[in-house]
Design a protein around this ligand. Structure first.
Ligand SMILES: Cc1cc2nc3c(=O)[nH]c(=O)nc-3n(C[C@H](O)[C@H](O)[C@H](O)COP(=O)(O)OP(=O)(O)OC[C@H]3O[C@@H](n4cnc5c(N)ncnc54)[C@H](O)[C@@H]3O)c2cc1C
Ligand code: SF4
Length: 518
């Protein structure tokens, strides 16, 4: 039987883009299906007040690049669009420390630290990683904090996926010997997380997907995969039928394609949601481990707004500096561009504690002790100009489980260890010190104060690696147990806590999986 494609890839984020390029280079006929829109630089929102272009809420006809999903134990932000999370992410590409490779369900399967070394290098090169060359106010304050803590040697200019030519000057492709697209130099506007309007951010459509298309891969945007059915009704040995549905039109037009193989790269929320649904219908042989071992990076995201009018905390790339605060933890300074003040509406004065009464009491105490300061930051000063977001991460582990509830929606339960919490004493201590350095007051996402639910941009796991279906959903080469020519290559394959921003690791592991595929 003639099949439409050799491989259909579901999702065009880091895992999907690497797969698209490497499979098409191997000569396979590839189709990438992406639920989000295909954005040009000029189409991105000028600030996050343009909710229609910034947020993905199809019910309100908002088809932007960032999705917020609220669960009982965590609020997840993730990317949508051709290029997946690379459109909205903060470009930072750290390599995890040793512990990552030696823990979790994948630890015994391979000497990951050594095996992945060349793939990390390949990923850094493809993504155009470069050290951030300039520190601005928010980063300089972090360097001062490093000095105060006696950890100046642990302060870093991170590797970021940004082209630092002459600001705003267009040049021929600087990365791939001229065979890639034209690029322009970064102007340090801080807008990376609303989408780079200046053609300076190395999003996946400028590297992996660009070359995948050149090698023949097709990309179908604004379509969501809703079903995957083995043609033989068994393990997919003869191929799969993949059904897609328009994700942006009023009339949800459906169509189907056939392919020999399928790669799930919808990100944790996309892949796990789809697979949990299909396990009940067309893919019953999926491991019972599906949905387990979901990790965040034990993050806290706390904003500190300065009262010093001279400070401009919006200048720089989205993450311009980081500090390793101990062997398990690190802190990054994050920013939005000037004018992107929408977050102001969703932030309350920082307050942590076991229950809502303690948190409300602490919040009121903060306001009463500095009413003028909170009045200024909420009503007078520009939020993004005066605010640094402190992103704190730890390698310490605890896991959640995703399951679908009676309405078919994803829901979380605690899998192992303690539930994630925004109340991390080390992080709060650092926030206090940083606040003093910039004469600032701290706030956090309202749900953290009101409901004690932490937020994460780094949701990982759910289809982890194992030696067999009792310990994992996929094997060490990302092949799904129970099915043929089916792979999972995205954040859901991450089988331990990297403790750092994960996109580089997803890219490196995807590169390895593709190398192993015959
Ligand atoms: C604001 C923000 C800042 C971040 N900053 C950083 C950072 O600085 N460094 C870093 O390393 N990481 C960062 N991240 C995290 C990073 O974006 C993710 O870890 C990464 O994108 C995950 O890659 P992935 O391959 O799992 O899939 P994703 O990049 O999430 O892509 C999945 C794609 O699949 C699509 N999709 C899902 N389901 C379907 C379906 N059924 N049919 C069709 N398409 C589907 C989605 O629309 C999406 O485009 C950030 C994230 C956010 C939200
Ligand atoms: S700082 Fe501005 S120009 Fe530079 S990569 Fe980010 S959005 Fe693009």
């Amino acid at each position: 039987m003639q099949l439409d494609y050799d491989y259909i890839i579901i999702g065009s984020g880091f895992g999907g883009s690497v797969s698209a390029l490497r499979l098409s280079e191997k000569g396979y006929r590839v189709l990438v299906v992406e639920k989000g829109k295909w954005y040009d630089a000029k189409d991105f929102a000028k600030s996050n007040w343009n909710l229609r272009k910034w947020l993905w809420i199809p019910a309100l006809r908002f088809f932007g690049i960032m999705k917020m999903s609220i669960f009982r134990h965590v609020v997840v932000v993730s990317g949508t669009g051709v290029g997946g999370g690379s459109l909205v992410y903060a470009n930072t590409l750290p390599i995890p420390k040793s512990n990552f490779y030696k823990s979790g369900s994948w630890a015994e399967l391979e000497d990951w630290e050594n095996t992945l070394k060349p793939y990390y290098q390949r990923a850094l090169k493809m993504l155009g990683a470069t050290k951030n060359p300039i520190l601005f106010d928010g980063d300089i304050a972090l360097r001062k904090l490093a000095k105060e803590l006696n950890r100046e040697d642990q302060f870093e200019h991170p590797d970021v996926a940004v082209f630092f030519g002459e600001p705003n000057k267009k040049v021929a492709d600087p990365y791939f010997k001229g065979s890639g697209p034209d690029r322009s130099g970064c102007n340090f506007c801080g807008g990376c997380m609303t989408g780079c309007r200046h053609n300076a951010k190395n999003t996946l459509d400028k590297n992996y997907l660009y070359f995948a298309q050149k090698s023949g891969a097709e990309i179908l945007a604004e379509n969501e995969v809703v079903n995957v059915r083995p043609l033989d009704g068994k393990d997919g040995a003869t191929g799969y039928e993949i059904s897609v549905r328009s994700s942006t039109r009023f009339l949800k037009k459906r169509q189907s394609f056939t392919s020999k193989g399928v790669v799930f790269s919808g990100g944790v929320l996309g892949t796990i949601k789809l697979l949990l649904k299909l396990k009940k219908t067309t893919l019953p042989f999926l491991s019972d481990k599906l949905g387990e071992d979901i990790r965040t990076n034990n993050e806290t995201l706390i904003s500190v707004s300065s009262l010093d009018k001279k400070m401009d905390l919006s200048k720089g790339v989205a993450i311009g500096s980081l500090l390793h605060t101990d062997e398990n933890s690190h802190l990054e300074i994050v920013r939005y561009s000037r004018g992107s003040d929408f977050w102001r509406l969703l932030h309350l004065p920082l307050a942590t504690g076991k229950n809502i009464f303690i948190r409300l009491f602490k919040m009121s105490k903060r306001i009463v002790s500095r009413p003028a300061a909170y009045f200024k930051i909420y009503l007078l000063n520009g939020w993004s100009k005066s605010t640094s977001v402190l992103l704190f991460m730890q390698t310490l582990d605890s896991t959640l489980k995703f399951k679908t509830n009676i309405f078919g929606r994803l829901a979380t339960t605690v899998n192992t260890g303690k539930k994630p919490t925004p109340d991390i004493p080390e992080s709060l201590e650092l926030v206090d010190k940083y606040s003093q350095l910039i004469n600032g007051v701290p706030t956090s996402f309202a749900l953290e104060t009101l409901a004690g639910i932490p937020s994460t941009a780094h949701i990982l796991g759910g289809a982890v690696m194992g030696k067999d279906p009792s310990t994992g959903v996929i094997n060490k080469n990302n092949e799904v147990f129970g099915y043929q020519n089916m792979l999972i290559i995205d954040g859901s394959m991450i089988s331990a806590n990297p403790g750092v921003n994960p996109s580089l690791s997803i890219t490196a592991i995807a590169e390895r999986a593709m190398q192993e595929l015959v």
